[in-house]
Design a protein around this ligand. Structure first.
Ligand code: 13P
Length: 280
């Protein structure tokens, strides 16, 4: 059943677990995410990032996401990830998405507040939820580097986060505490005390971006300290690609439909692994 981000995060809070928020820019990843959630009776967030428009446009994959969410036996939230313009967010809401993220993290604090407030006003007209972001994540959803590679310089300021939440009235906050989008070039240094402080001050569920590549212990400690939504893309997509490469190498005549199936199964297996950790 299709639910809002606010509703799904309340379920996570009650169960004291994290919800996987999987980027599903392809049909294979979308089906894999829904299947694994249903098998585990686990709520799930499926999301489409604006930067993934080159893979599939939201007009094409969005209606499939919303339809599968409505038909699912478990609560599913269809979320627009890293929306950079109000126009793009509105497109998602008109397609039936129940949650949006406005990403103003690269703007000044004042501009971020101004635009996030606009996103909240818009989302509320559609009965949808809003995730805001404060503090900047190193890298982006495409795995590209940030201009300044000093990751710690981007960590979220707790007092400013408190003010940001009060001013914008968002439902969830993406905080930067040491994770990175894409592949890790070095061991991440997660600041658990920082998440705890932000969670206590803002009293909001917090979002981890750059959810690929952490150890089970790192995920669990993050959840224990206030993370409820874990954004996950790179390692699932890599699992699909790796299985595909092996399949092509080991089989002479292959059809694309067979490759598609192999990728879907491999992603499902990968998502099972993270769901086992998040819903502990
Ligand atoms: P990863 O690509 O590191 O899994 O992060 C995904 C993400 O944060 C999308 O918003």
């Amino acid at each position: 059943m299709l639910v809002t981000l606010k509703e799904i995060l309340e379920i996570a809070e009650k169960r004291d677990c994290g919800v996987a928020a999987i980027n599903t820019p392809t049909f294979e990843s979308l089906v894999a995410a829904i299947r694994v959630a249903e098998k585990n009776n686990a709520p799930i967030i499926i999301q489409h990032a604006q930067s993934h428009e080159y893979i599939n446009q939201i007009e094409m994959i969005g209606p499939a996401m919303v339809a599968l969410a409505k038909n699912a036996s478990i609560p599913v939230c269809a979320h627009v990830d890293h929306g950079e313009s109000i126009e793009y967010l509105e497109k998602g809401l008109k397609l039936g998405f129940t949650s949006i993220m406005y990403d103003g993290s690269r703007l000044t604090y004042e501009e971020n507040v101004k635009n996030t407030k606009k996103a909240v006003e818009l989302a509320h007209k559609f009965g949808a939820s809003v995730e805001g972001e404060l503090g900047m994540m190193a890298g982006n959803e495409l795995g590209e580097d940030s201009p300044d590679d000093n990751e710690e310089s981007y960590y979220t300021d707790p007092q400013l986060a408190h003010q940001f939440v009060k001013e914008t009235n968002i439902d969830a906050l993406a905080a930067s505490f040491g994770t990175v989008h894409g592949f890790y070039k070095r061991q991440p240094k997660l600041d658990y005390e920082l998440i705890k402080e932000i969670a206590e001050l803002t009293k909001l569920p917090l979002v981890m971006h750059g959810g690929s590549g952490l150890s089970p212990e790192e995920y669990k400690r993050s959840i224990k300290n206030g993370i409820r939504k874990i954004n996950y893309y790179t390692y699932g997509a890599k699992a699909g690609a790796d299985a595909t490469k092996d399949f092509i190498k080991n089989n002479k005549a292959v059809l694309f439909s067979e490759i598609s199936r192999v990728a879907q199964d491999a992603m499902e297996k990968n998502f099972q692994h993270i769901i086992d950790i998040f819903c502990y």
